[in-house]
Design a protein around this ligand. Structure first.
Ligand SMILES: Cc1cc2nc3c(=O)[nH]c(=O)nc-3n(C[C@H](O)[C@H](O)[C@H](O)COP(=O)(O)OP(=O)(O)OC[C@H]3O[C@@H](n4cnc5c(N)ncnc54)[C@H](O)[C@@H]3O)c2cc1C
Length: 487
């Protein structure tokens, strides 16, 4: 008699889902029946390499944040993805600039480098003290934003608006790092729990998607199903605690398919989980759980932050090679020309490597969401031109954007945002709660499991956090079935 193989369904084929599938496959081979259900038509989730104007660009995850100890770096190296492709050597890497960034002031003029350096190093010293846990949280100062607000007076007291603008420029960069629209919502205490790797921060010459392909290549054919949107997970039968889970897959107008599983690992974004909590979440519009998730899980999902960060790539006209690395100091009160609101908290516009005709701006929060809503690319191009004019960059309309490519993570129903952060009112413990399998402590306690960047206490918001979470849940199962997990 052939023993029944445990059935494992993984929801989502991003880094977390594929890492989990890869780990289970390499450790247990055919002993486990693993299926990955992905709603979209491609692998990778928030990892998406693309081409624009002849350069390789990343629409989502871009950096390996520190190569020392990074599993993503190890995988990229194993996949031979770190050295440029001789046939398509140009890729987004933010280096090779002939000069240091030029900080331009709204209305014209350059902010002296000595001013930029002193304000920026003051800002960095403030953030270092937060990250090293040297700033005790109090009732009044409980967020990164409130701490920065009280410290900012050292620069605003001088009465020179450019100092304030450079300080704000640093805050705007922080918003893209953390995805917190308003730094007043970014929990102060949790910032010191967030861990970073040492060593260089690099991009992946052959594209971040190579990492995804590396994991997928080890999986048996047919084990990853694309365009398979999970609409409901029946994970616990009150009458029979031992019955398996039933995963409902959207039939695209036809009858739903039900996939039966002994274990389900959910890796969808925190944004998708939040949408499922909404009272009006109709069948098909979000992923639902039956029975509903327990209160501790719902509360953690509700309290944690999940923000929007987008990338805007701009192709400049042929003669515009040599665009500088521009940092933008916006006037805090006096707005010049027709610069659109969605550009007003952009910290920089710069080529994706020295000499590239492709420029990049990062946008966060409400501004990113507003840019996503612009119906026509021409409206976005008009906004960029107005910004360059407002800063008197390349006067006389010489700097011409030919076309743009923009991400839209906030409105994409498969993500509903970009990455998570610990919001005021939440804590690192909520990230641990996100990771807890269900039912809590029950007999079949690994029925419903959770992975994904928003389930990692110290590396949330990153690809390596997603990776670690996938390995964690795979190892939980391998231990359960005693296939050895320290592989
Ligand atoms: C603009 C941007 C820049 C970033 N930059 C960096 C960076 O420089 N460095 C870094 O380390 N990280 C970066 N990140 C974050 C990083 O991309 C993510 O943390 C990581 O990729 C998340 O992986 P995941 O597997 O947890 O989730 P996801 O990639 O979101 O995977 C979840 C999958 O679930 C699928 N799904 C959703 N709903 C359903 C459903 N109902 N049924 C079935 N499938 C479903 C989705 O389509 C998706 O493929 C960036 C992200 C963005 C958006």
């Amino acid at each position: 008699m052939v023993a029944k193989r445990p059935r494992i369904v993984i929801v989502g084929a991003g880094i977390a889902g594929l890492t989990a599938a890869h780990r289970l496959r390499t450790a247990a081979g055919d002993l486990l029946d693993v299926t990955v259900l992905e709603a979209g038509g491609r692998l990778g989730g928030r990892v998406l390499s693309s081409h624009f104007a002849g350069d390789r660009v990343e629409m989502g995850a871009t950096w390996i944040h520190g190569i020392d100890g990074s599993p993503i770096h190890a995988v990229a190296a194993a996949a031979a993805a770190l050295s440029p492709d001789p046939l398509h050597p140009s890729y987004e890497r933010m280096d090779g600039f002939p000069a240091a960034p030029v900080t331009v002031a709204e209305g014209g003029g350059v902010v002296p480098p000595s001013v930029v350096d002193s304000v920026s190093s003051f800002y960095r010293s403030l953030m270092d003290s937060v990250k090293e846990g040297r700033v005790p949280a109090t009732a009044e100062i409980n967020s990164v934003g409130s701490f920065l607000r009280t410290s900012r007076s050292a620069v605003t007291a001088a009465g020179d608006w450019t100092l304030e603008a450079v300080f704000a420029m640093n805050e705007n960069t922080e918003r893209t790092y953390t995805a917190a629209d308003d730094l007043e919502t970014l929990d102060l205490a949790a910032e010191s729990e967030y861990k970073e790797f040492g060593g260089d921060q690099i991009t992946i010459a052959r594209g971040y998607s190579r990492v995804v392909e590396h994991f997928a290549a080890a999986l048996p054919e047919g084990s990853v199903r694309l365009n398979a949107k999970v609409v409901e997970i029946e994970w616990c039968d009150a009458a029979d605690g031992d019955s398996p889970a039933r995963v409902h897959v959207d039939g695209g107008g036809r009858e739903e398919e039900v996939v039966v599983a002994d274990h389900v690992i959910v890796t969808v974004s925190l944004g998708v989980l939040k949408a499922g909590l909404k009272k009006d979440a109709g069948r098909g519009s979000a992923m639902r759980f039956s029975p509903g998730l327990p209160a501790f899980k719902k509360e953690a999902i509700g309290r944690l932050g999940f923000g929007v960060v987008d990338k805007l790539f701009m192709e400049m006209d042929g003669e515009d090679e040599g665009f500088p690395y521009l940092q933008l100091a916006f006037h805090p009160d006096r707005h010049v020309g027709k610069i659109p609101r969605w550009m007003r908290r952009t910290a920089s516009i710069c080529p994706i490597y020295g000499g590239s005709r492709v420029l990049l701006a990062w946008l966060a929060g409400a501004e990113a969401a507003e840019m996503e809503e612009a119906e026509e690319d021409d409206d976005v191009i008009g906004g960029v031109h107005a910004t360059l004019e407002g800063f008197h960059v390349g006067g006389g309309g010489r700097r011409h954007v030919r076309r743009v490519r923009r991400s839209a993570w906030g409105k994409d129903p498969l993500f509903l945002g970009s990455y998570s952060y610990v919001a005021v009112g939440s804590s690192g413990e909520d990230l641990d709660r996100m990771a807890e399998p269900l039912p809590r402590g029950g007999r079949s306690s690994l029925r419903l499991m959770f992975a994904g960047e928003a389930t990692h206490r110290t590396h949330y918001s990153t690809t390596h956090g997603a990776y670690f979470s996938g390995v964690r849940e795979a190892d939980r199962l391998l231990q359960y079935y005693r296939y050895g997990s320290s592989c």
